[in-house]
Design a protein around this ligand. Structure first.
Ligand code: F6R
Length: 365
C-alpha cells in the first residue's frame, strides 16, 4: 500500500508530480486560458464583491497566505487571510459583498466548517477548495474547487498543500481573466509554467539524498529558523510547521525583515537557518538578512534558483530549484523543506506518518 516507500509521507511527497499534473489539467483550455466551468461565474459576479476572505487551519491556512499574493496581484481585490478558529469568534466585518474562500484537505475540519458558516451568516458568497468529494465543507459551500491530490494518509500534509497552491493560483488567474485585470500574455506565461511544473518537481525530488544529509546536521538542533520575504515568508511558515510536527524540533518562521526587531538576539551558532530566496523583487534584501544571521554564527541553508549566483556567496550551503516564474517558485521551494522535515523525523526515530498528539482530520474544536 506504500508502493515500495518506507512511509506514506515520502510516498506522498513523490506523488506530487502526478497530483499537480492532474490538478492543472482540469482547469486548462487548449488555448492556454484557464477554466472553472462548474463555478458558472461571469464578469458581473465580481461587481458585487468588494473583498475576499480566506479562512483555514494549519497547512491550508499557509496555502491561503500564498493565495493572498496571487489574488491581490492578479484580481486586484483586497484579501484577508484568517485562521479559522480565530475568525469564527471574531465578530467579523464580513458582508454580502465578501467572497469567502475556505481551504481544507479533509473537508471536515470543524473550525473551518464553522468559519464558513459564520461567513455565510453575514451574507458572504462562498467557495471551498478541498480534496474530499462530498465532505461537510464541500456540501456547505456555494461552490467547490477540488484538488486532485488523491488520498493523503500521512498526517503531515504535502501533496494536498502543493495542489492547493496550484488550484488557488489557477483560480486567481481565472478570476482575473473574467475581470479583465490580467493580460492574456501573462496568463499564457504562467499556464506554460504550470504545464512544465510536474517535470520541474521531478528535478527537485532528486534533492532527496542531499536533504537526508542536511537532516543529519539538524537532528541535534533545539531551534531552527525559517526565513523569507513576500511569498517566501508564507513558504517558510509551511516549512517550519512541517519540521515541527514530524521532527518535534522547535522551529520558527520569520519575515526576514522583522529579524532585527528582536529576534536576531536568538540567532547563534546553535540555530540553523533555512532561508528561502525566490522572490526577485526582494532578493537583495534577503541576501542582507542572510548575512546578518551568518554574522551571528548561524549555518544557513539557502533555497533558491539554480542560476542565482549571489545566494551561494552568503549561505553555508544551498539547495537549488529550476528557474521558473516567481509565482510558481513556491510550489517547488517547499519540496526540499518537506524532505528535510521527513528525514529529520525519521533520523530521530519518530513515527513520521503519525506524529504524536495529532490527528489527520481535526473534528474537535
Ligand atoms: C499539517 C496539517 C494540518 C492541516 C490542518 C487543516 O501538515 O496537515 O495543519 O493542514 O489540520 O486540515 P484540513 O486541510 O483537512 O482542513
Amino acid at each position: 500500500e506504500k508502493g515500495g516507500y518506507p512511509h506514506f509521507m515520502l510516498k506522498e511527497i513523490f506523488e506530487q508530480p502526478k497530483a499537480v499534473r492532474d490538478t492543472v489539467q482540469i482547469h486548462l483550455n487548449k488555448d492556454g486560458s484557464v477554466t472553472f466551468p462548474d463555478l458558472g461565474w461571469t464578469k458581473e459576479c465580481f461587481e458585487n464583491i468588494d473583498n475576499i476572505l480566506i479562512t483555514a487551519c494549519g497547512t491550508a491556512y499557509h496555502a491561503g497566505l500564498v493565495a493572498k499574493h496571487y489574488i491581490e496581484r492578479f484580481v486586484k481585490i483586497p484579501v484577508s487571510v484568517e485562521i479559522a478558529s480565530e475568525y469564527r469568534y471574531s465578530k467579523p466585518l464580513t458582508t454580502n459583498r465578501t467572497l469567502c474562500i475556505v481551504v481544507s484537505q479533509s473537508g471536515e475540519t470543524i473550525d473551518t466548517l464553522e468559519a464558513l458558516k459564520e461567513a455565510k451568516k453575514h451574507g458572504a458568497k462562498s467557495l471551498a477548495v478541498t480534496n474530499s468529494i462530498g465532505s461537510s465543507i464541500a456540501r456547505e459551500a456555494d461552490h467547490v474547487v477540488y484538488t486532485l491530490a488523491g488520498p493523503e494518509i500521512a498526517v503531515a500534509s504535502t501533496k494536498a498543500y502543493t495542489t492547493q497552491l496550484v488550484a488557488l493560483l489557477m483560480l486567481a488567474l481565472y478570476m482575473a481573466q473574467l475581470r479583465g485585470t490580467i493580460s492574456m500574455d501573462l496568463i499564457h506565461k504562467i499556464t506554460d509554467g504550470l504545464k512544465d511544473l510536474p517535470k520541474q518537481i521531478e528535478k527537485v525530488l532528486k534533492e532527496k539524498d542531499h536533504m537526508a544529509e542536511v537532516a543529519d546536521r539538524l537532528i541535534k538542533a533545539h531551534d531552527i529558523f525559517y526565513l523569507g520575504r513576500s511569498i517566501d515568508y508564507a513558504i517558510a511558515m509551511e516549512g517550519a510547521l512541517k519540521l515541527k510536527e514530524v521532527s518535534y524540533i522547535h522551529a520558527e518562521s520569520y519575515a526576514a525583515g522583522e529579524l532585527k526587531h528582536g529576534t536576531l538576539a536568538l540567532i547563534t551558532a546553535d540555530t540553523p537557518v533555512i532561508a528561502v530566496a525566490t522572490q526577485d523583487a526582494v532578493s537583495s534584501k534577503m541576501y542582507s538578512n542572510i548575512q546578518e544571521v551568518k554574522a551571528r554564527g548561524a549555518e544557513v541553508l539557502g533555497i533558491g534558483y539554480e542560476d542565482d549566483k549571489e545566494l551561494g556567496k552568503y549561505t553555508t550551503e544551498t539547495v537549488r530549484i529550476p528557474r521558473v516564474d516567481f509565482f510558481i517558485a513556491p510550489i517547488l521551494s517547499v519540496i526540499p523543506m518537506q524532505l528535510l522535515a521527513y528525514y529529520t523525523s525519521v533520523k530521530r526515530g519518530n513515527d513520521v506518518d503519525k506524529p504524536r498528539n495529532l490527528a489527520k482530520s481535526v473534528t474537535v474544536e
